[in-house]
Design a protein around this ligand. Structure first.
Ligand code: ADP
Length: 894
């Protein structure tokens, strides 16, 4: 009987679409089933049932399990349709018969029991290649009229898209997590390889190369699914025609797929070799690539849009992690550089005082000799005098500091010798005569003592000179009285002045080291706050004490009192009188005092016309009211940088307006505008805000440093400082300013890459939307606690029986009121709350699609979606319809 003609009895089957027609036209008489008229009733019923069904149904029946299927099942056969109809099962499904389908059906026939399974892997040859596919299956026995099991009624649902989609989503979300762990680039790539290793079905093997743009070479950092040393996994790749992979900056952003590989590339879980490989750049645009991904492609999947999108998302997922790694690395490098700078500074400060003394002494000797010559030109002499004066001052301070550290270490040993104390004191005091005369101060010296006193001469000099120079420093009118007398077996030295006086509140801490009284009118703001502390310690070494009386505005009296005789002194330190006379420290003190008398604030504004300067050389502005200090700094810094000096804050501001400077070095105390006011003006000016400012102050101690820093100074240098210290500080500040500028540029770059990352995020979102649109199953994104429908793909709208307009941007339960109270609210809320994905299996949902409530059974996958802040902002829902109404009815009938 010719095909196409109605067979006898074919009128039993009506409708059934294409398959109905084919079955009616088929010449069954030649098959073991025989003509339709001879079919047992059960066979005819089964065929009658499967034909109109919308579920995918295939019937295997008769001695050779001939195949009869419906329209919905056609895609399962793919290219084998329609030839498969009526063929023995063994032939129609030859690729899976032997090991899978044959034994399954045989089991159903033998036992008469139904078999069902979900997401079962079948590798079907339906499109010219062995393809990875998944099915939910339900095989029911069909009995013939004698009651014997003669076939199987198989309802299947293809779940390939869901199984593979979920697997890929998992890999992508795992890749999204790796950026959270702070790691350098190679570490990130290793983590990425571990994630990819978890999905060998899609990526049978992977190679991750880090790209070094400067060297133009890619280095293998991590791999998965391929043996180390494999010919296809070279340790490094240099771009070129001979290169193993087309890696390089020219690779297109979307990458390439290379086909037809002869070599044995590992196929992952698949027995075949990998014949196609994708090579993709990993880059955060607009930068050049950081890395490359070489990914083997599944021999059992077609390279479709979904596969391509997946690979692109993998590359951009790794790219995101790398961007994080690079940001962290840059931060770490910057922090390390700054820490290093700090270490250098600290080490340097601690060496300063010791380093100072020897060169100073070496310097002062020849200077003194030079000054003793009668034939010096005036200009030359005054220059030498400045050096000498300041050298002495520094030496004095350094000595004091060293005395202290010796004292603290218990190494300062006094040598007490019988001394004509009245004479020594008179000599010391009279060295201040000319200074006082110049300052218009009276100096009365009245010293008398019966017999000799046991003192350490050097120490006594320090005691007298410190008290005297303080009196001179703080006195502008009147005069100074120096008086030495015997009182009750003690020698009592009084140094009285008619100067500024000391506020009562400052008295208790006056003898503390580094303590200075604020706001006292003085000839100089220079001072270290260690003079009185030293005096006190030295007096104590003599078994004596020092006290003070003072009244603000009236003057002060410092009184030293110590026992006469030698009974109170350690015998081994008492010596015979010697003729030995030390260098004498008086000149140091006197020269310093004379320096305070030289006016310095009268000098006019600098000539800023010459302030334009040589190009390329860094320029430093120095504001300092002390003339010696100014000259000294200028000389010191002048050999490294271009220096302009001014006498006060106002002159400095003016200079800053007219020329560009790279650093401002300013004293704190200055007439007209002091250092803090200058600093405020600089920081308040947009154009100068970033100018490094180094403050110079005579105030020692951490508080002063903190105060300076808080006011916005970049650093704070305490006088006295060494040349090296100053130069090193200036160098450090200039270097930091340069690195700040570099950091600012780097920040710019980082911001640009962040912007690019955001654009990438936008692109990923668009990709996701596209993925959604194309998905065969319903997919929805519900935002916030209201579950507003942010996105619903066409499949979702179809299953809801609504148009997009009816649901978009509406709370889900408002758009679909009929689904309220069916347990979905709880599931969604739990995902939002816990951030844990949820898998709903076989969930019946009553939907109103215009024909009254219909129950549809779904598998659901609820995934949390996090916003930029990491908070869960939405839930992505994927649904898979697992029952059509017919299959449902069938299930009910059973
Ligand atoms: P400095 O190096 O600051 O002079 P000192 O230890 O010698 O350090 O003095 C500590 C503080 O005591 C000074 O800052 C000053 O305020 C105050 N002082 C010392 N001597 C006098 C004085 N003769 N008249 C007024 N104040 C004084």
């Amino acid at each position: 009987m010719a095909t196409g003609q109605a067979a006898p009895g074919s009128d039993w089957f009506v409708g059934g679409g294409e398959m109905g027609a084919l079955i009616r036209a088929h010449d069954w008489s030649r098959s073991p089933l025989g003509p339709v008229g001879s079919w047992p009733q059960s066979l005819r019923t089964a065929v009658g049932m499967l034909l109109p069904s919308r579920a995918q149904v295939c019937l295997f029946y008769g001695p050779d399990l001939a195949v009869i299927y419906n329209d919905a099942y056609r895609p399962v056969f793919g290219g084998k349709h329609p030839a498969a109809l009526g063929r023995p099962g063994r032939e129609a499904w030859s690729e899976i018969w032997e090991h899978q389908l044959g034994p399954l059906l045989e089991g159903v026939l033998r036992t008469g029991e139904a078999f069902w399974a979900t997401d079962l892997l079948f590798c079907l040859q339906r499109h010219g290649y062995l393809e990875e596919t998944y099915f939910d299956i339900s095989y029911d026995p069909v009995r013939d009229d004698t009651g014997r099991v003669a076939g199987a009624y198989c309802i299947v649902t293809e779940t390939t898209a869901r199984v593979i989609g979920e697997r890929r989503l998992r890999a992508l979300s795992d890749l999204g997590q790796i950026g959270r762990h702070a790691q350098a680039v190679p570490g990130m790539l290793e983590r990425a390889a571990v994630v990819l290793d978890g999905n060998r079905e899609d990526v049978p093997f992977a190679l991750l190369y880090e790209w070094d743009a400067r060297a133009g070479v890619a280095t293998l950092r991590a791999s998965a699914g391929i043996a180390a040393g494999h010919a296809a996994a070279p340790a490094s790749v240099v771009p070129g025609p001979q290169a193993a992979w087309p890696i390089g900056p020219d690779l297109a952003p979307e990458g390439v797929v290379i086909e037809a590989f002869e070599t044995g590339l590992p196929g992952g879980p698949w027995p075949e070799h990998c014949a196609r490989v994708a090579v993709l750049p990993i880059a955060m645009r607009p930068q050049p690539p950081d890395a490359f991904l070489v990914a083997g492609l599944s021999p059992r999947r077609a390279i479709d849009d979904a596969y391509r999108d997946f690979l692109r998302l993998v590359a951009s997922g790794i790219g995101g992690a790398l961007a994080t790694a690079k940001t962290l690395e840059a931060e770490r490098r910057r922090a390390a550089a700054l820490a290093d700078l700090d270490r250098q500074k600290t080490a340097f400060f601690s060496n300063v005082s010791h380093e100072f003394r020897t060169p100073l002494t070496l310097l002062l000797g020849p200077l003194r000799d030079e000054l003793g010559r009668g034939d010096l030109a005036d200009a030359h002499r005054s220059a030498l005098e400045v050096s000498y004066r300041n050298g002495l001052r520094l030496l004095k301070l350094v000595n004091a500091l060293l005395d202290f550290s010796r004292m603290e270490a218990g190494r300062l040993r006094a040598r007490y010798e019988p001394t004509d104390l009245a004479r020594l004191t008179r000599e010391l005091a009279s060295s201040f005569e000319s200074a006082c005369a110049t300052a218009g101060l009276g100096l009365r010296i009245d010293c008398a003592l019966p017999g000799a006193a046991f003192v350490d001469r050097d120490m006594w000099e320090k005691i007298v000179l410190n008290l005297l120079s303080n009196a001179f420093k703080y006195t502008f009118e009147g005069g100074i009285d120096v008086r030495l007398r015997e009182q009750g077996g003690r020698a009592v030295l009084g140094v009285r002045d008619t100067g500024a006086g000391i506020p009562a509140g400052s008295m208790p801490r006056l003898f503390e080291r580094f303590h200075r009284v604020e706001g006292t009118r003085a000839r100089t703001h220079e001072g270290s706050g260690i003079g009185l502390a030293l005096v006190q310690e030295l007096v104590r070494l003599h078994g004596g004490e020092v006290r003070v009386e003072s009244r603000v505005g009236e003057g002060s009296l410092f009184e030293v009192s110590m026992p006469l005789g030698r009974a109170h002194l350690p015998a081994e330190q008492v010596a015979e009188a010697s003729d030995e006379r030390g260098a004498g420290q008086a000149p140091m003190f006197v020269q310093e005092a004379m320096g305070w008398l030289r006016g310095s604030a009268h000098e006019g504004l600098p000539d800023v016309a010459d302030a334009t300067g040589e190009r390329g050389r860094e320029r430093i502005l120095v504001a300092e009211d002390n003339a010696d200090m100014r000259e000294y700094i200028e000389r010191l810094l002048g050999s490294y940088w271009e220096v302009l000096t001014v006498v006060d804050g106002q002159a400095a501001l003016q200079a800053l307006l007219t020329a560009r400077f790279d650093l401002l070095l300013t004293d704190v105390r200055m007439p007209r505008m002091d250092g803090f006011a200058l600093l405020r003006a600089v920081r308040g000016d947009e154009a100068q805000r970033d100018l490094p400012v180094l403050m110079l102050s005579a105030r020692a101690g951490e508080e002063a440093r903190i105060e300076g820093r808080e006011a916005g100074a970049d650093d704070y240098l305490v006088k006295p400082f060494s040349a090296r210290e100053l130069v090193a500080q200036v160098k450090a500040q200039l270097a930091m300013a340069r690195s700040r500028r570099a950091a600012a540029r780097e920040r710019e770059l980082l911001l640009a890459s962040e912007r690019a990352a955001r654009m990438d995020a936008q692109r990923q979102w668009e990709d996701l939307v596209r993925l959604f649109e194309q998905a065969p199953n319903p997919m929805v994104i519900l935002r916030g606690p209201e579950h507003v429908v942010e996105l619903a793909n066409p499949a979702a709208c179809r299953v809801w029986g609504r148009t997009l307009e009816q649901v978009a941007h509406k709370p889900l339960f408002e758009a679909l009121p009929e689904i309220q109270g069916q347990g979905l609210e709880e599931m969604l809320a739990s995902v939002l709350l816990t951030g844990e994905p949820l898998h709903g299996r076989r969930v019946p949902v009553g939907l109103d699609r215009g024909r009254g409530i219909e129950t549809v059974v779904f598998d659901f996958l609820y995934s949390p979606l996090r916003g930029a802040s990491g908070r869960i902002e939405a839930v992505a829902v994927m649904a898979f319809e697992v029952s059509s109404s017919v299959a449902g009815k069938l299930a009910e009938a059973r």
